[in-house]
Ligand binder design. Structure first.
Ligand SMILES: Nc1ncnc2c1ncn2[C@@H]1O[C@H](COP(=O)(O)OP(=O)(O)O)[C@@H](O)[C@H]1O
Ligand SMILES: [Mg+2]
Length: 245
């Protein structure tokens, strides 16, 4: 197998004295959708923050395209092609939709292709195109999530980290969000997805990891984990709620 786009090897991470990740290793193959699931507080957001440079690992290695990024600054990681849509979205609510998108294109090579990227974002999210001059804070929850993702893709990432993109959204919009993840993958963007909708996340994931109190306790193809009785019991409930996607 070719080298994975992202390799996390034996990573420990901590907030001060409080350790949140122990010996975490994951691979994200180029072109894949990889899901990371687990209970609240398991360390999912911490792992994404550690990959995107918002935190640095205490131990272990992180490689993107074969190059170590364990000590790299977040803006340099974005410039290398790895963007993170954080939990809570992190939008500038008093700025317009378009200003938020433009801010996403801050790496030099992305700024040079700003017009093309805006077109791509508006094509992906027609609702944002209609609202380009509106303040981001006036958008619905679903639109704000779309804007956060739109802003991340303005940097033209090859790997996108999505932290609970469907959080707080209505079921219809959640469905759109999962469809969007597939669309982005179809455009050549590799996805590392943290989700509380475990059933849907495992359905679309080529590969999935289960994080429990800071450690990876299970991994495998999404559909394999979906069929696993222990996973169903812990994260999904005994019966599936949805039919096939
Ligand atoms: N800023 C922080 N300072 C201290 N501890 C934190 C901070 N953020 C998260 N934690 C702790 O780290 C652990 C993992 O949290 P987190 O990565 O947010 O979990 P998840 O995203 O899976 O819900 C939890 O015990 C949480 O309380
Ligand atoms: Mg989280």
């Amino acid at each position: 197998m070719a080298n994975p786009l992202l390799e996390v090897r034996g990573v420990d991470a901590a907030y001060g004295e409080s350790q949140a990740l122990w010996d975490v290793s994951i691979d994200v193959a180029e072109g894949a959708i990889v899901a990371l699931v687990g209970a609240n507080g398991a360390g999912k957001s911490t792992l994404l923050k550690t990959v995107s440079g918002l935190m640095h690992p205490r131990r272990g290695e992180i490689r993107f395209r074969g190059r170590s990024i364990a000590a790299t600054a977040p803006q340099d990681i974005v410039a290398a092609g790895l963007s993170h849509v954080p939990e809570g979205r992190g939008l500038f609510t008093r700025m317009t939709v378009q200003e938020n998108l433009e801010l996403g294109a801050y790496p030099a090579q992305a700024r040079a292709r700003m017009g093309e990227s805006l077109e791509r974002a508006y094509a992906l999210f027609p609702r944002l195109a209609e609202r380009r001059q509106q303040k981001a804070g006036l958008l619905s929850g679903g639109e704000q999530q779309m804007l956060a993702i739109g802003r991340a893709i303005m940097a033209q990432p090859s790997l996108l980290l999505l932290d609970e993109p469907s959080m707080g959204l209505s079921p219809v919009i959640v469905k759109d969000m999962f469809a969007l993840v597939r669309t982005l993958r179809g455009q050549g963007v590799t996805i590392l997805l943290v989700e509380q909708n475990v059933h849907q996340a495992l359905q679309i994931a080529d590969q999935a990891y289960v994080l429990q109190t800071g450690r990876i306790v299970m991994q495998g193809p999404g559909r394999e984990l979906l069929a696993d009785p222990a996973i169903r019991k812990a994260y999904i409930g005994s019966v599936a709620h949805e039919g096939a996607a």
